[in-house]
Write a protein that binds this ligand. Structure first.
Ligand SMILES: [Zn+2]
Length: 262
């Protein structure tokens, strides 16, 4: 599965010469580490995963990689509970699985690792569930503060980008804020996002362009007016060497809002 999600063939492009044949008699192959040229063919066949989803997946893969642990999504708390003592994830275990004393517990994965074994005590799953509900309810009560924090997270996203692209990010944020006064700013799929009950539109900084992600329908509806831009299903690439088409971006955002927010 992971291979599918990261192999560019599935997004309709192909990187040729990934492996090279080192011995033509035995047909032995090795990974191409730069000995032979690689060719990247965009749109070499129809995409199996639409490009916009593919880009989102790559961001999520990068996020999980940045966690620095093996990622597992087996349970709602998997890869979510981090030990404050040693930084490892908590993993789940079932005790007394066959009898009526069966219970699920979570313990630090650092418990059996290395010389300095982590001694953080285990937690009953029920305790974590209750704590989660308590925390969630307190968040709801502090909704306004939370919204401010989400904005702050978007500030941080922009601050962390290259100095040269920051003006474009601030500009698109200004355009989208004005177009979507009812929407909330947040980070979703590692991208600045406008949200109202569901994601409306995302944007993200790439090396050479600003990506705008309004969904596949929107890029179809606005295809004629986007003819001047590099567009694939759900993705609009706005190059940094041109000024942002303010009116068009605002119209697309409003269209998404009307379409998605019921
Ligand atoms: Zn620990």
């Amino acid at each position: 599965m992971f291979q599918i999600l990261t192999n560019e063939k599935y997004r309709g492009s192909a990187l040729l010469q990934k492996k090279i044949t080192t011995d033509f008699l035995s047909k032995r192959q090795k990974p191409n580490e730069g000995e032979a040229p690689q060719y990247y063919i965009e749109k070499s066949h129809e995409a199996i995963i639409p490009p916009d989803e593919w880009e989102i997946v790559q961001l999520e893969v990068a996020r999980r990689k940045a966690l620095g642990h093996k990622y597992s999504g087996n349970s709602i708390f998997s890869a979510r509970l981090i030990c404050a003592d040693c930084g490892e994830f908590f993993g789940s275990k079932v005790w007394n699985s066959t009898d009526k004393y069966r219970r699920a517990i979570w313990q630090c994965n650092g418990k059996y690792k290395g010389e300095h074994r982590c001694t953080t005590p285990h937690l009953e799953e029920q305790y974590i569930r209750d704590a989660f509900v308590t925390a969630f309810n307190s968040l709801i009560r502090r909704k306004d503060e939370l919204i401010r924090n989400c904005r702050f997270v978007m500030d941080r996203y922009i601050e962390e980008q290259d100095e040269t692209v920051r003006p474009y990010l601030n500009e698109i944020r200004r355009i989208l804020r004005a177009a979507l006064p009812e929407a909330q700013e947040k980070i979703s799929w590692s991208m600045p996002t406008y949200w109202k009950g569901r994601n409306i539109i995302h944007f993200a900084a790439s090396k050479k362009h600003l990506g705008l992600y309004p969904g596949g329908e929107a890029t179809e509806v606005f295809a004629d007016r986007l003819a001047d831009y590099d567009v694939s299903k759900g993705t609009i690439r706005l190059p940094y060497n041109r000024s942002l088409p303010e009116e068009l971006i605002a119209e697309i955002a409003v269209w998404c809002y009307r379409q998605y927010v019921k």
